[in-house]
Design a protein around this ligand. Structure first.
Ligand code: GAP
Length: 533
């Protein structure tokens, strides 16, 4: 018997075609269309031409998203004895959003181009201009590096080369002016800066700009059937406030001692005027947030702990560490004493996926003030009551989903054709294994069905007998299924199957009785979680 048969020949396995060879813009377009074609993400209400910046998750998307959420949830609540879960309502008392500062401060400065009628975030137009200046400065540095070779001192060059200094000063000038405009509320300063820099509308190419205005990002609706204006509610723009207002409920009923955390996942809504880049910036999205309550004075230690713990969570998925970076906030919100973003290199550049903020006692103090209720922790050892300090970790599930797909999408040249494969971590894969009878006859489908029925209680499986085995393998590669289990003419007699590995396409014979243990050890969330401790 041939222990190493291959159906069909897939031996010519070349290195990845993508990402390196693939243009980044191409990669992003491919990921977006792959999501649609293979049931990961659809535009919302597509038969009515869709709804801007709102998306639905298809049969494979919902599984991947559930797995990502589960990975986060278990890493928080199961791996930490002092982190408790919560599922607060989306609707909250309107005073919540006064207290949190969202009613007065959760807005973006917007500007319209009168010719194209397009609306932009004024700060984003300025940031994009800064990116161009930064790229110009980097180009000068690279030219000099090539010229001077080993003796090149980059730091010195950046400080002394007149052209580079000019670019870097211009970047600083934009930062300072934007800050002055936003902090003073004088938005004319921001409009004048856009005009001074000669920034044009990317659509019309004109500088015919309106004034800059602030738009609040919260959606509002009414509590009762009759619109009275007094019972306005907001759809929550973040899940965090549900945690703050339940802080004492959870602490007391969970008999939690400081330091402890409360974790929550759920939908959040923001009227993002400039929604871009697919599911990167949506109007309805999901957050996974954890507020860690600690003793005042210890918050920076916990901040350092969560900063590294959260990056570890990302890297445990096997992603190239070079694709991640920290972006420490230099300018801090008035309530924070430290803040960092974890950024990932998407095909369109490094962007935030997660924020870690040391929020001091700001939120709890504000809720005390607005509700008139005490939100203090009583420390029975020291006999003192205090408002705890909070370190927050906040990640967007949809952004993490996009990151995962961009990272997994691969094209390889195999036997003169391109194989598209999602190299997802097996614990995240929507389908763990496909059971594929080689032929639709001679009892093979029955054996496949028996295996399927036996394993389906433990794993999300797929069973299919249509099309050639090669085509079926390709369909499974495209949705990231880590294993294909092929039932063939030797299976009945030998009680074995061919197991095909997605990434290497390697095949080997495995006893049917061993499949459960093999799938368990290779695809379980537990194996992924073990990497975190
Ligand atoms: N409670 C803190 C908070 O909400 P944030 O930086 O506004 O902080 C946290 O949001 C995370 O939520 C971001 O890092 C991002 O991953 C995700 N997020 C924010 N706005 C989003 C949007 N419009 N669409 C998709 N994800 C978004």
């Amino acid at each position: 018997m041939n222990q190493d048969r291959i159906y069909p020949s897939e031996s010519a396995h070349s290195p990845y075609l993508c990402p390196p060879e693939m243009q980044n813009e191409d990669l992003f377009k491919k990921v977006v269309s792959h999501c649609k074609e293979y049931g990961f993400v659809f535009p919302s209400s597509e038969i009515y031409d869709g709804l801007a910046a709102v998306y639905d998750y298809g049969q494979n998307g919902v599984e991947l998203r559930n797995n990502l959420r589960q990975y986060w949830w278990k890493s928080m609540t199961q791996l930490h004895t002092n982190i408790l879960g919560l599922d607060a309502a989306i609707f909250m008392h309107p005073k919540t959003w006064k207290a949190s500062g969202h009613v007065d401060g959760f807005s973006d400065p917007m500007i319209d181009n009168k010719d194209s009628k397009k609306r932009y975030r004024a700060d984003v137009l300025l940031e994009e201009h800064q990116e161009k200046l930064r790229a110009k400065a980097d180009k000068e540095v690279e030219k000099a590096r090539a010229r001077f070779g080993d003796s090149f001192d980059e730091a010195m060059y950046r400080q002394t080369n007149p052209r580079v200094v000019e670019y870097l000063n211009a970047i600083d000038h934009i930062d300072q002016t934007l800050k002055t405009g936003l902090e003073s509320g004088n938005l004319d300063i921001i409009r004048d800066l856009i005009l001074e820099l000669g920034i044009v509308c990317p659509v019309s190419g004109s500088k015919n700009w309106t004034d800059v205005r602030q738009f609040n990002l919260m959606y509002s609706t009414q509590m009762s059937a009759v619109e009275s204006g007094e019972d306005s509610l907001y759809l929550r723009p973040e899940t965090a406030q549900g945690i703050f207002v339940n802080f004492l409920n959870v602490q007391k009923t969970g008999r939690a001692k400081i330091p402890f955390g409360i974790a929550q996942t759920g939908k959040a809504f923001r009227n993002e005027i400039v929604a871009r880049q697919f599911i990167m910036r949506m109007k309805e999205f999901e957050q996974m947030e954890m507020q860690f309550f600690c003793k005042p004075g210890t918050e920076l230690e916990w901040y350092a702990y969560w900063k590294q713990a959260r990056l570890k969570w990302h890297l445990a998925l096997g992603t190239n560490p070079a694709a991640y970076r920290y972006h420490d906030h230099v300018k801090l919100a008035h309530y924070a004493n430290a803040a960092v973003d974890i950024e990932f290199e998407f095909p369109f550049g490094f962007k935030e996926v997660e924020g870690i903020h040391s929020r001091t006692d700001f939120d709890l103090n504000r809720h005390e003030e607005f509700s008139g209720k005490k939100l203090r922790y009583f420390d029975s050892e020291t006999n003192e009551s205090y408002v705890p300090y909070v370190v927050e970790t906040s990640i967007g599930l949809d952004r993490m989903f996009l990151l995962t797909l961009c990272n997994a999408y691969t094209e390889e040249q195999v036997d003169n054709e391109v194989r598209t494969v999602l190299k997802l971590h097996p614990a995240l894969a929507p389908v763990k294994a496909a059971i594929l009878p080689l032929a639709k006859k001679d009892g093979l489908p029955e054996i496949a069905e028996k295996i399927y029925n036996d394993l389906r209680f433990d794993f999300n499986l797929y069973i299919e007998d249509k099309d050639s085995i090669g085509k079926r393998y390709r369909r499974m590669d495209a949705i990231g299924t880590p294993f294909c289990i092929t039932v063939d003419y030797d299976s009945a007699a030998n009680e074995d199957v061919t197991l095909r590995y997605r990434d290497t396409m390697e095949q080997k014979r495995v006893k049917i009785a061993e499949l459960r243990d093999m799938l368990q050890s290779e695809t379980s969330m537990a194996s992924l979680l073990r990497g975190l401790v």
